[in-house]
Design a protein around this ligand. Sequence first.
Ligand SMILES: Cc1ncc(COP(=O)(O)O)c(C=O)c1O
Length: 353
Amino acid sequence: MAMNWAVELARPDIRSLAPYEPAAWEPGFARLHANESPWRSAADTSEEGLNRYPEPYPLALAARLAPLYGVPSGCLLAVRGSDEGIDLLLRAYCSAGTHSILICPPTFGMYAVTARIQGASVIEVPLQRDRGFAPDCAAILAALAPHTRLVFLCTPNNPTGNAMAPADILPLAAALAGRALLVIDEAYAEFSARISAITLLDSHPGIVVLRTLSKAHGLAGTRCGLVLAASGIISLLRRIVPPYALTQQTIETVERITEPAIVAATHANIARIRAERTRVAAALGQLPGIRRVWPSEANFLLVEFEDAERALARAHAARLLIRDVRSMPGLGAALRITLGSTAQNDRLLESLA
Ligand SMILES: Cc1ncc(COP(=O)(O)O)c(C=O)c1O
């Protein structure tokens, strides 16, 4: 294919944009070209020195992370949380007042908020509650408008916890080819046993996968997410990502996640959360006043209460914050409870008992 349709769908003004040229990155040279300080601050605890700008587009970091996700480094962009990945996609593909995105509520709120900030309209095709919150692919295709550029699916979905197999995604990806990108947000993928949609990237140039280090990797505070896609899409997003988006501290922290001891500890933490998920779901199921604990493949449980107000008050009295998701479509009297440590989960169960 001469030119990838998934790149051609992007805004023409972004495709032809000349990106900002940051100061040259030549680690062996003295830096008298970027108006930095020659001295380190006494407050600086980094390895490399925060008096210097970090690498403008951290390519070494991309090369380091790519094998972890099974993609070539040109197919991965490290950004400030997957939130920034969502923002870059919106800005690259949707012109204000013209284009739209399609989402399947109840789902993560940032897709719609980011679209509205960009001036893109939002088409909603609800998940099917009576089918375990599975997306309705036929309805998605029927609702798609000529100017829809991005279709967002979240798997496992926040806040419902259900996940999709790549085989369920394929027919939709095929039907969207040439029309819109299919963005698959896998923020919680590590907590699910399913195969990642990353395995579909080679055969489907219009799929974009979002991952994050904020959940299973325990690095929410460092702000790092990843966009995985065909290299043409990644080069396009690199045009609009601000230089120095990742701080030096973030780069130094994230570089370590591939160290064997840290990989092992991360796997152990994921196993603990999964065990707690089974235990807490079963214990909640035994409590009076709970109508339903939805099956979850993520690090949280969606729980329907007889009296959600009372459950919130009881958790609050035990100094526990849980998320009120009742205003989201199709959720009724449901609350979203993140799995914590064993002691925190016990405190939650006691407060609700
Ligand atoms: C589905 C989903 N996607 C993305 C994010 C944002 O993650 P990040 O911390 O990488 O910006 C969240 C955070 O809660 C989420 O639930």
